[in-house]
Design a protein around this ligand. Structure first.
Ligand code: SF4
Length: 419
């Protein structure tokens, strides 16, 4: 950690002596247990052979039908509510601006990532289409029905972006292409731009280029782990999962070449055992390559191999959120920031009034992701409550109000401005 400067500057957001953080040693996932043969590879669903009949709401006391991409996709509750195919209201949100479409198969995702509700080890317990993912259920919907509803609204659609989320499955590459073609046959990608959340493990450079040629605007890689050691233990050999850090970087660099500056990025989950310095050095590396980072706050997803572990403490999360925003959008470099001996941010590389201005503006604390139609630093991908409960919001799916900002300032240990 030779780049860590001793903290001698602005004490903004300085960790308190009692501040906790999710250290590497404490964030060890459980080992996956073996799945009984009769539950492997979606066998229950395939043997029952129930034909799908339109929209499927998870865990609704009916036998899970046999649904398969590209005819079917799953989407978050927020997207289903916004699309009008499911009743419901979201706390302090009218709608979501990003339509995330997740590929679906009875066999589900063949990877076993420790923090993920979709992971393979859950076969014994729950059919794929019934598994929770980033804290919510994901209804399954016929792809053509999705397209028909969005095409009807045209330029008035509430969605600022559509994103196809791949999973680890032998058909995932071909089906992503098929879903993309179904969408662009009816919806102009210049009206609703398209992102791809990729699965590098099954991809080659030609696959990246094909998606660009078919109309995708931004390509992201769900790196998720901030260091090779965390990657290996949460989504590689450590949990009998097929992913490799090196392969993820190979496809990330292909995306840089194929999609170009500002059109590629990586997802990173904060709080799985990396130091604040390590994750911010990665954020800087992505900016230097011409890309962006999209941050998620670690949340112990029910049923995952990390559901016994603590969510990221809010002070750790807020420091990283703020520092990442400054690196991505304010031209500050990680080398200008200062860190304590445990890698925690102690200075943001800017004079206090400027840090205060960014905190007060609040955008740094919103969800980060591919941009929508409002401004470059406001993500279309607002993922309402995808990384926290509404009672203790990590990533704000809307502009934080005065009360929210007071709470954020307390979490950052910046004096609260009253009035
Ligand atoms: S590859 Fe993605 S969907 Fe599959 S288990 Fe890992 S994080 Fe979950």
């Amino acid at each position: 950690m030779g780049c860590i400067k001793p903290s001698g500057e602005t004490p903004t957001g300085m960790p308190g002596s009692d501040a906790a953080f999710n250290a590497f040693a404490a964030m060890q996932p459980r080992a996956p247990s073996a799945t009984p043969v009769e539950a492997r590879n979606g066998r229950r669903v395939k043997e029952a052979g129930v034909p799908p009949q339109g929209v499927y709401l998870p865990n609704n006391n009916v036998l899970t039908p046999q649904m398969r991409s590209p005819e079917y996709v799953q989407m978050s509750n927020a997207a289903a509510i916004t699309l009008g195919i499911m009743p419901g209201r979201m706390h302090r949100c009218g709608c979501t601006r990003c339509l995330n479409l997740l590929l679906t198969y009875p066999e589900g995702c063949r990877a076993n990532c420790a923090y993920c509700g979709l992971a393979r080890h859950r076969e014994a317990e729950r059919d794929y289409a019934d598994r929770n993912f980033i804290r919510v259920d994901w209804p399954a919907v016929p792809m053509q029905q999705v397209v028909d509803i969005v095409a009807r609204d045209g330029g008035n659609s509430p969605f600022h972006r559509m994103c196809i989320s791949m999973i680890t499955h032998p058909n995932s590459d071909a089906d992503t292409v098929a879903v993309l073609r179904t969408w662009t046959a009816s919806i102009d990608p210049s009206v609703i731009p398209i992102s791809i959340l990729s699965n590098p493990t099954t991809m080659q450079r030609e696959d990246v280029a094909r998606l660009r040629d078919l109309g995708a605007d931004i390509f992201t890689v769900a790196l998720d782990a901030a260091t090779p050691a965390i990657f290996d233990r949460t989504r590689g050999k450590g949990v009998q999962s097929p992913h490799r850090w090196q392969k993820y970087w190979e496809i990330l660099l292909d995306a840089r070449d194929v999609f170009g500056p500002q059109k590629f990025g990586a997802h990173i989950i904060v709080g799985m055992g990396e130091t604040e310095y390590e994750v911010l050095a990665l954020v800087q590396q992505l900016v230097d390559l011409g890309g962006h980072s999209h941050l998620f706050c670690f949340f112990p997803e029910d049923g995952s191999l990390m559901d016994h572990l603590p969510a990221t403490p809010r002070d750790q999360w807020r420091r990283v959120q703020l520092a990442r925003y400054l690196i991505d959008y304010a031209g500050v470099r990680v080398e200008q920031m200062s860190f304590d001996a445990e890698g925690r941010v102690t200075g943001y590389g800017l004079p206090m009034p400027e840090v205060e201005r960014v905190v007060t503006e609040g955008v740094a604390f919103r969800t980060s992701g591919c941009p929508g139609k409002f401004r470059d630093d406001v993500s279309a991908c607002d993922r309402p409550y995808g990384d926290s409960p509404p009672s203790n919001i990590a990533s704000f799916p809307f502009q934080p109000n005065k009360k929210d900002l007071q709470k954020i300032r307390r979490q950052l240990r910046i004096p609260v401005v009253e009035g």
